[in-house]
Design a protein around this ligand. Structure first.
Ligand SMILES: C[S@@+](CC[C@H](N)C(=O)[O-])C[C@H]1O[C@@H](n2cnc3c(N)ncnc32)[C@H](O)[C@@H]1O
Length: 711
């Protein structure tokens, strides 16, 4: 319905604007008529799809850095594909796949992912209440933030799914209904396939006035209405389940009679009771006799069942049996999956989904060799099951604990249960896989990449569009441009150690090409090779901008200030939502520690980053997120066997106090305050083997690794 402003309304609005008064919200749809869908979810901060795809949210594609190749010598898929564990914010990763230029993913992922399964944190609305100050407002904003956080990811996710792909999104009771509306908006209502009901792990006690919550939901959507994979899934019948049923159905059909075989082995023509018919046609009944699944069961109503036998002379007489058939041994499942557990606890990572659940998810929607993506990886159930079922997989998570849990799970997959025969071990080692960093990078590895890859990486980092072939201006190699301004990558390997991007370099450059490069010129070089503290240097009217590696933010170039994602300091915060803007280079924290008498003693821990927001140097232990240990280190691959959050290392009494009192922020502040007070942190490590590998992780995900060898 098109609503038109009346003359009176127009005058009213004009006056309101002239007087600087707000216009009442009632005019919303009249002033901004939208191609209104039947319904849609509106909330503060909802961004247009096009803007999200274009990066107006400040989140842009970033380069991918391979951290390690695991099982490199083992078999690959025939096309050379390696499975992937990605560490970082999934929105950055999805956008990188969507952009489709990074060598690692180019033409491999976008449009090729057959299934996305995600189980994002549920955004439990209640937890947001109790924030200091603007209580109601904060709670509401946070709810909308949660929906928008998921929506932005789903928008990009759809773009990288194959045209015959599907997505399953697990949600709890808090926000599931909002997320379904968002899914309708993104995938289209007609592409909604099922709402699957699964068991919750912890049942919330209902109390006296409500039911306890027992289930979660998985929303199942496809990209296109008809063209997607769906393999019906069969399960064995449970003891006590019906094994057969009779053939009676409501409503009459013509002809009503069918031929069966009576208990004496004679053929018999039977009529169903009034207002009913026999479920199957004659051919099907004959086939079922051949398969041995048809039989005549004794009727509970005896001769009063209404079933009649047609005699030769056309007379009918009552019989006391009813045609029935045995079910198949297996039963095809429907959308109620409460017969299996929804969660499991094999890895120690909270919210670990059960492998039997993922088996259903993956085997119904994909075939061997298809790509499965889970960008809220958690403990890596999707990866483990995809591996066991011969699918290709990619998992991504922002948490270090998740990253090392997944790594360990895949590295030791041979010792986990077989999917088809859970009483047996899976026994096969995982195919080769890689670990990948997105948004936080290892500088040493970057400088070791070799010319071509280094140039590609740094250009991508600074959002410079790379030319297919370098432009040469008087011998200077121009590798790409940003908004029409040229960019030169300073090839540090060509210069002597003491050579720098200094005044004389710039003056020479300017003299040679200054008149041919416009008003801005970008130079990418290692930070220690740039002699200038400022972001740019001007000669005549040309500004030479320095893009330093590792990165220092040049505000002018970015829509939004960079933000690192945070690692939790306590187990209770593992499932928090977090995200990142931009990227950073990792810097090892400084650690002083020793290992004596089965105890790891940490005397000091300091992050090499200042606190984001305040720029304050953090005190001893204050920035510690967690310590993870491989107590049986093989000298090659770190396989985490124990983890300790900073909070776990506080004295038991203090920890308890923190948990009992206050809001989430209070608790976080409490942990930090307690950590600062500590003189030493001690971790007992009884039951270790000779080689121990320890990783100390700060709140920004930077690690310091050390090894101890004991007698
Ligand atoms: C409920 S868990 C997933 C559990 C998983 N399905 C399993 O079977 O173990 C949600 C995960 O989302 C991760 N997460 C939260 N924000 C993220 C982000 N921006 N990018 C990637 N992962 C994120 C959390 O670290 C957490 O591990």
């Amino acid at each position: 319905m098109k609503e038109i402003l009346t003359e009176q309304e127009r005058q009213y609005i004009i006056e309101a604007i002239q007087n600087g008064e707000p216009i009442p919200l009632d005019f919303k749809y009249k002033l901004f008529p939208i191609a209104q869908k039947e319904y849609e979810l509106n909330y503060a901060g909802k961004m247009r799809k096009q803007d999200i795809l274009r990066g107006e949210d400040g989140v842009l594609p970033v380069p991918l850095q391979v951290e390690k190749v695991f099982n490199g010598e083992r078999e690959l898929f025939s096309d050379g594909w390696r499975n992937m564990i990605v560490f970082g914010d999934n929105l950055q990763f999805l956008k990188t796949c969507y952009q489709n230029t990074d060598d690692l993913v180019r033409n491999q992922i976008k449009g090729k992912v057959k299934l996305i399964y995600i189980d994002p944190p549920f955004g439990t609305g209640d937890d947001y209440e109790g924030n200091k100050g603007q209580k109601g407002y904060t709670a509401k904003r946070k709810s909308a933030d949660f929906v928008e956080f998921i929506r932005r990811r789903l928008i990009i996710a759809k773009e990288i799914l194959a045209t015959d792909g599907t997505i399953m999104v697990r949600q709890g009771y808090n926000f599931g209904h909002y997320i379904k509306i968002v899914l309708d908006e993104i995938f289209g209502k007609t592409n909604f396939i099922n709402e699957i009901v699964v068991n919750r792990g912890k049942q919330r006690l209902g109390g006296s006035k409500k039911f306890s919550t027992a289930t979660d939901t998985i929303f199942f959507y496809s990209v296109s209405e008809k063209n997607y994979t769906f393999n019906p899934f069969k399960r064995a019948r449970y003891i006590g389940e019906a094994t057969g049923t009779n053939m009676l159905m409501k409503g009459e059909r013509n002809p009503p009679s069918r031929i069966f075989i009576d208990p004496n082995g004679e053929t018999v023509t039977l009529l169903p009771p009034a207002n009913t018919h026999w479920k199957f046609v004659q051919i099907k009944i004959d086939e079922m006799y051949k398969k041995g699944v048809m039989y005549l069961a004794k009727s509970q109503k005896g001769l009063n069942s209404g079933i009649r036998k047609v005699e030769k002379d056309g007379i009918t007489t009552p019989v006391d049996y009813v045609p029935s058939f045995k079910f198949d041994e297996d039963k095809t499942i429907d959308a109620n999956w409460t017969d299996i557990t929804g969660y499991d606890a094999t890895t120690g990572y909270p919210t670990e989904n059960s492998e039997s659940l993922l088996e259903r998810v993956i085997s119904t929607t994909t075939n061997a060799g298809d790509i499965v993506l889970d960008f809220f990886g958690g403990s890596g159930t999707t990866a483990a099951v995809a591996e066991k079922l011969g699918r290709k997989w990619i998992v991504c998570d922002i948490g270090k604990l998740s990253f090392y849990t997944m790594q360990k799970r895949i590295l030791s997959i041979q010792d986990s249960k077989d999917i088809q025969k859970p009483s047996k071990k899976y026994s096969n080692q995982a195919k080769s896989f890689i670990t990948v960093n997105v948004g936080s990078y290892d500088l040493t590895k970057l400088f070791e990449l070799g010319k071509e890859k280094y140039i590609q990486f740094v250009l991508r980092l600074f959002e410079i569009e790379q030319y297919k072939q370098n432009k040469s201006i008087k011998g200077y190699e121009i590798s790409g441009e940003r908004s029409g301004s040229y960019c030169l990558v300073w090839e540090f390997w060509k210069y002597k150690e003491d050579a720098n991007v200094d005044i004389s370099f710039l003056e020479e450059l300017h003299q040679n090409i200054g008149s041919r490069i416009g008003k801005r010129f970008y130079i990418i070089a290692p930070a220690n090779a740039i002699d200038f503290i400022s972001d740019y240097y001007e000669i005549e009217d040309v500004r030479y901008y320095f893009l330093k590696v590792p990165y220092q933010i040049i505000q002018e170039l970015h829509k939004q200030e960079f933000k690192k994602f945070r690692q939790p300091q306590s187990q209770t915060k593992i499932n928090d939502l977090d995200d990142a803007i931009g990227f950073h280079f990792m810097r090892e924290p400084e650690v002083k520690s020793s290992f004596n008498n089965n105890e790891l003693i940490i005397n000091s821990f300091r992050s090499n980053f200042t606190e984001e927001g305040t720029n304050r140097e953090m005190d001893n232990f204050e920035s510690l997120s967690m310590v993870i240990v491989d107590t049986n280190f093989n000298g090659k691959e770190f396989a985490m066997s124990r983890h300790f959050f900073a909070e776990d290392l506080l004295k038991a009494k203090k920890k308890q106090k923190n948990i009992e009192e206050g809001t989430e922020e209070d608790i976080e502040e409490g942990i930090k305050a307690e950590l600062k007070q500590q003189k030493q942190l001690i971790i007992p490590l009884i039951g270790h083997n000779q080689r121990i590998c320890v990783k100390y992780i700060d709140i920004y995900g930077n690690e310091f690794t050390e090894e101890f060898t004991t007698k």
